[in-house]
Write a protein that binds this ligand. Structure first.
Ligand code: ADP
Length: 161
């Protein structure tokens, strides 16, 4: 079985993330979209909200599983018998950051490989950070997130005050 873990904060998931998963689907038997929990990090959307967004987005993709993990990514991959980490690359900042992490993960993860897909140009400027900034400013950020979760996002925003 070829299994990949796509780890991230997904605060919130964007069309950029969704696009990476969909384009990687033909390469794998299963992709686990895994919400990494970092207890020192503050998130805008709660874990439950972020998970609900992920479940709604991939509801109709039988090869996609949604999960949460707390441990090191390499240990989580081992537990899930995943042979690959999947990540997306938008620009040289992503490249510099991601290559370091990928090499460290290969060292401590028994040769665990990271597979990178380049962003689709139409989503190359999408990030969870800009979506959050638009939402916080009262703008319509829903156009940047997967269609399947736009209603959930609007609902969640009603409770953000
Ligand atoms: P993290 O908190 O680990 O950076 P993110 O949720 O921001 O997690 O992103 C997870 C992965 O998705 C990263 O590899 C990131 O580069 C990639 N990614 C984010 N936005 C896009 C996009 N618009 N196009 C392609 N890849 C993206």
């Amino acid at each position: 079985m070829k299994i990949a873990v796509f780890p991230g904060s997904f605060d919130p998931i964007t069309k950029g993330h969704e696009d990476i998963v969909k384009r990687a689907l033909p390469l794998f038997d299963k992709i686990i979209v895994a919400l990494g929990v970092n207890s020192t990090k503050r998130y805008y959307f709660s874990q439950t909200e972020r998970l609900d967004f992920l479940h709604a987005t991939f509801e109709h993709e039988p090869k996609v599983e949604v999960d949460v993990f707390q441990k090191l990514t390499v240990d989580y991959c081992k537990e899930k018998e995943a042979n690959f980490i999947l990540r997306g690359l938008r620009n040289s900042n992503d490249f510099n950051y991601e290559t370091t992490i990928a090499m460290l993960n290969r060292d401590i993860g028994d040769g665990l490989e990271t597979l990178f897909l380049l962003t689709s140009p139409e989503y190359s400027y999408y990030s969870s950070t800009v979506v959050r900034e638009i939402l916080k400013g009262g703008g319509d950020g829903s156009i940047f997130v997967p269609e399947e979760m736009q209603d959930l996002l609007k609902e969640a925003m009603k409770h953000k005050g």
